[in-house]
Ligand binder design. Sequence first.
Ligand code: 16G
Length: 253
Amino acid sequence: MQDHLAIFRPTAWLRAGQGPRYEQLYRHLLAAITSGEMAAQSQLPPERELAEIAEVSRVTVRKAVAQLVEDSLLEQRRGAGTFVRAPRLKMEHSLSALMSFTEYMRQRGKTSSSRILQRGIAPPSPDEQIALGLSGSEALSRVERLRFADDVPMALERSSLLRDILPDPDMVDVSLYDVLRARNVAPTRAVQRITAVNLGGDDARLLNLVDGAAVLRIDRTAYLPSGRPIEFTRGLYRSDIYDFIAELRLDAS
Ligand code: 16G
């Protein structure tokens, strides 16, 4: 007979050196819910039982479950137990409009926020040299941000800009494009390359995903009206949340 509790056993989720137990259990259950392995409306075993099966304390179970309730993935019904909520709708992101993360979230009635992971001035990588058409190794302003919508981590974005466009990466507080607009150097065109990649280590942890989770990597090169490339951003977007939509038209020529 199939072991329907296997998903909770430590062999399914506990890995040495991969962070605190409650966090590992949380990320495992989060992946199981968002992938549909744990179906909507299915019930979790009661806390005491779950702690026994997962071989952890009840406090650990409580912390992982509380976080999933906060993420609106689980709901606790009084006197009945804990259930997987109906899946939230995916976000559709148009590939034809040039929009900033902040604008996109605002348009969807979400509150966006960012955690700056790193910023500084650094020489370009080979990818950046090609994208930005740099011949030498002139330094770039770099900003690395974890981006949230209503407190859910959605994307990791590493942006590099020419220094005459963004002289100081500390200027970026909320929206990079707002800073560029205020300086009259906002891009009006962008080219994006989309690739599927498996995340590991810190990047997965930051996005609340399990090791090896598939995400969409989007490299955006953005241009001024003059055709000059000014921004190269490599973003990692949660594929369990994002759907990128492209509108296609019959070529009239
Ligand atoms: C979007 C862009 C990113 C840009 C950012 C600016 C994609 C795939 N990427 O996330 O290249 O740097 O917006 O957003 O859409 P901000 O103005 O909110 O900082």
